[in-house]
Design a protein around this ligand. Sequence first.
Ligand code: ADP
Ligand code: GLC
Length: 478
Amino acid sequence: MHKILFVTPEAQPLIKTGGLGDVAGSLPKALAALGHDVKVLLPRYQALKTQGEVRFLCSLRVDNRNVNMLETRLPDSRASVWLVDYPAYFNYPGNPYVDERGTAWPDNAERFALLCKVAVEIALNRGYLDWQPDIVHCNDWQTGLVPALLALESRRPATLFTIHNLAYQGLFPASTAALLKLPGQLLKPEGLEFHGRLSFIKGGLVYADRITTVSPTYAREIQTPAFGYGLEGLLRHRQAVLTGILNGIDLEQWNPDTDRFIAQPFNAASLTKKPINKAALQARLGLPLNASIPLFGMISRLVEQKGIDLVLDCLPQLLKLPLQLAVLGSGDKGLERQLAEFAGAHPEQLAVVMGYDEALAHLIEAGADSFLMPSRFEPCGLNQMYSQRYGTVPLVRNTGGLADTVADALPGTLADNTATGIVFNEAAPGALLEAVKRALILYSQPDLWRKLQASAMRKDFSWQHSAQQYLALYQSIL
Ligand code: ADP
Ligand code: GLC
């Protein structure tokens, strides 16, 4: 049995802004179910949705400040959640990282440095908690200082740093290092410095015992200039300790047979009931009720990563095709405005809902015929896996985890029942448009489409396999 401290800035169902939230909720759950002792460490944001008792755990002294630690449960799991309770940093409304206008909170460096320093106190058992992890598993830049600070200690647990998205690095002015009282040994170009700035993510990339990212393809991609943001050299240098482990999905939360957010539960044997969800989705979004028109869904942070610009660029042509498109998302205000304008001009084909809506996300997965994910890059991506489980044929770009989880419908894969979606290569509006046309041709052949749905629904995206891979990795560094 391992003792694992899982450090993360978000974890579903307590708080989530994207896929990291899903993973930080479901991987600890899978590890705990395999008998391991897992504590998930995250900040106590105001927006946190805890379930059940929240009790005082201890008080820690960090940089001459008193920080209270609280404990609660990860719902439906034996894993505990330890909360860093520091109201001056975390007790205000909104998103963990940005304000309502999408601007990063001005004290993000201090906020997440505190999370890291608390993790270090716990890792070294300095909190009188009588619990010391043998593995500290860190996730994304917000936790990057943990491996760096622990590297300076002689008797310390092993560290693993998982890159969920290399595009977010936690870069701050060099002067921030003094504000955070970071040890001088770390402040050098081969340490936390990145082109004259302080980089949180480099703490993970330089100092962790092992590095993982969330798909094998993304693990290769980030070692190239096109995906590496100038960190590709460092990642190549560390390639012996860098691996890709595909994310799993939470089979309980994303189960079309028991999903409480959808209009009509269904499974592979009762696929004929899926259209009830399509009708419910059309009704909910004010789209014309039409069972035969192909309905495409999208659920996304509206950021450049997701290829929304590709969709916008070909929308005039897309909307000339016989299809409906339902988009749920929030993010970049310019992208939001452009989508809203198109929706206003084409209400009979395009419905756009701005904001974050868990229930609608489930209904889109259940009700759409096909799911669009034309990402420019995608470390793993979860919605293409949810889609396959819901018999909603994903249409994705050939990158990162999308490439690793969707099998393109080609004559060979259709013949041997391995095709589960539509995959296109080039990040260009024309390529996306061609892929949508290909989807329409497949959709017009009900037997073929049903085959695709059936193969997609048969796929196993459970955590079982991936959790074992993490355990093997933990084992290898102990
Ligand atoms: P990323 O982490 O890059 O945003 P993923 O595909 O890994 O991409 O995960 C995104 C997760 O966030 C999915 O669970 C998706 O359903 C959810 N999500 C994204 N945007 C919204 C939204 N506007 N409303 C509800 N859920 C959303
Ligand atoms: C990131 C990535 C996404 C991945 C998620 C969980 O947010 O953008 O591709 O699925 O993390 O690992």
